[in-house]
Design a protein around this ligand. Structure first.
Ligand code: ASP
Length: 347
C-alpha cells in the first residue's frame, strides 16, 4: 500500500538561499526568517499533520558560498538525526543545489530514507512565491511510504513539478520556476493534482545496511572546459595546479577535443604524473563515447577516462568523494567506471 504516514516526522534543514526570505515589514529588505517559527510563515503546514521540525544554518548561506564544508555539515545533521525522523527536506539556494545533491548522494552511503532538496526562485514571503509549493510537496514526498518503507529512499531534488535524482540534475534556468532538469535520467515523480511516482526509476538499496556517513572530501580537483582556440598556456596552468589529483574535462559532443599534439602531450604528461582526467560532455544531454571519433580515441590513448553521461556537477563531487577516501589513481579510475548510486548509465 502506498500512501502517507499520517504521523510522519520530517526534519527541515534550512541552509539558506532565496526560499527562506521574507520582506522586513519596516525596511522592505529581504531577510532570512527564523525557521523555528516556520508555521507562522507557512500555516498550510499544519494541514499536513506531520511532525515537522526545523534546524537552520547560522548564518544562512547563499549557495554560491557553499562547498565541501557545508556538505559535511548537512551530512552531520542527517546522520545525527537519522533514527529520529522518517525523512529530511534540505532547503538550499538553487545556484549550487545540483552540486550539493550530488555530493550528498555519495556521502550518505546506504541511505534508506528520503533526503529531498528544494528551494525557490522567489522568496517564500512574496505573493507569487514558488517556495510554498516546493516546500509542501517536498515534505509530502519525504513522508511518502509504501508497505511501511519510504517510497523514495534517495537524495533528490524536487522543483516546480518534478522529482529528480539529485546526482542527475543541473540548474537549467536562472529565472524560470522550473529551474532544474535531469536530462539523462527520467524524473522519479511528477507532481500535478496528485504526485505520480515512477517506481521503476527509483533507487532502492539492495540490502538494509546502517547509514554510513562520509565526511572527507578532497578539493584537489579542477574543471577544464575545452573551447575552440584554447591555448597551451590555459591547459598548462590548470594541469600544473599544485597538488592537483583529478580533472573533469568538459569536451565537445560525444567526448571530442582538438587533436593537437601539444594538447595530447600535456594530457599524457598529467596522467603520467598520477592525475585522473575524466571526460564529460559539454552538451546538456547525452554522454561520452570516446570510440566514436578519432578525436575522442586520441584522448583514450593518452589515458583520459570516460565520465559516461555524468553531469559536470556530479563528476566534480564524485572525484572529491573518491579522492577523499584516500584512493589511488587506479582505484579512482575503477570507481569512475562504475555507477555507485545511479549517477551514470553504463550500458
Ligand atoms: N543565490 C541564491 C542561492 O543560490 C539563489 C537561490 O537561492 O535560488 O543561494
Amino acid at each position: 500500500m502506498s500512501g502517507y504516514k499520517s504521523d510522519a516526522s520530517i526534519l527541515i534543514i534550512y541552509t539558506g538561499g532565496t526560499i527562506g526570505m521574507i520582506e522586513n515589514p519596516i525596511t522592505g529588505a529581504l531577510e532570512a526568517f527564523n525557521f523555528q517559527h516556520l508555521e507562522e510563515h507557512v500555516p498550510e503546514l499544519k494541514k499536513l499533520g506531520y511532525a515537522v521540525s526545523a534546524i537552520q544554518f547560522n548564518p544562512p548561506m547563499d549557495s554560491s558560498d557553499m562547498g565541501p564544508d557545508s556538505w559535511e555539515k548537512i551530512v552531520r545533521v542527517i546522520a545525527d538525526n537519522y533514527h529520529v525522523y522518517d525523512g529530511f527536506v534540505v532547503l538550499h539556494g538553487t545556484d549550487t543545489m545540483a552540486f550539493t545533491a550530488s555530493a550528498l548522494s555519495f556521502m550518505l552511503e546506504n541511505l534508506s530514507k528520503p533526503v529531498i532538496l528544494t528551494g525557490s526562485q522567489l522568496p517564500i514571503g512574496m505573493l507569487r512565491t514558488d517556495g510554498k509549493e516546493n516546500l509542501i510537496t517536498a515534505i509530502e514526498i519525504a513522508a511518502a511510504q509504501e508497505n511501511g518503507l519510504p517510497l523514495v529512499p534517495e537524495v533528490c531534488i524536487f522543483f516546480e513539478n518534478d522529482l529528480m535524482r539529485g546526482n542527475r540534475t543541473s540548474k537549467s534556468s536562472a529565472d524560470n520556476f522550473n529551474a532544474f532538469r535531469s536530462y539523462n535520467y527520467p524524473t522519479l515523480a511528477h507532481a500535478g493534482i496528485t504526485i505520480k511516482y515512477d517506481l521503476s526509476q527509483i533507487y532502492r538499496p539492495l540490502s538494509r545496511k546502517p547509514l554510513k556517513p562520509h565526511y572527507l572530501l578532497d578539493r584537489n580537483v579542477a574543471i577544464l572546459k575545452i573551447f575552440p582556440g584554447i591555448s597551451p598556456q590555459v591547459v598548462e596552468s590548470i594541469l600544473n595546479t599544485p597538488n592537483l589529483k583529478g580533472v573533469v574535462m568538459e569536451t565537445f559532443g560525444s567526448g571530442n577535443a582538438p587533436s593537437f599534439d601539444w594538447l595530447m602531450d600535456l594530457l599524457r604528461d598529467a596522467v603520467n604524473r598520477g592525475i585522473v582526467i575524466m571526460n564529460v560532455t559539454q552538451c546538456i544531454a547525452g554522454g561520452v563515447e570516446m570510440h566514436r571519433y578519432e578525436t575522442g580515441r586520441k584522448l583514450l590513448d593518452v589515458g583520459v577516462v570516460s565520465g559516461y553521461d555524468s553531469t559536470t556537477e556530479c563528476a566534480v563531487a564524485k572525484m572529491m568523494f573518491l579522492f577523499g577516501q584516500g584512493m589511488s589513481q587506479k582505484e579512482v579510475k575503477e570507481h569512475l567506471n562504475c555507477s555507485l548510486i545511479g549517477e551514470i548509465t553504463i550500458s
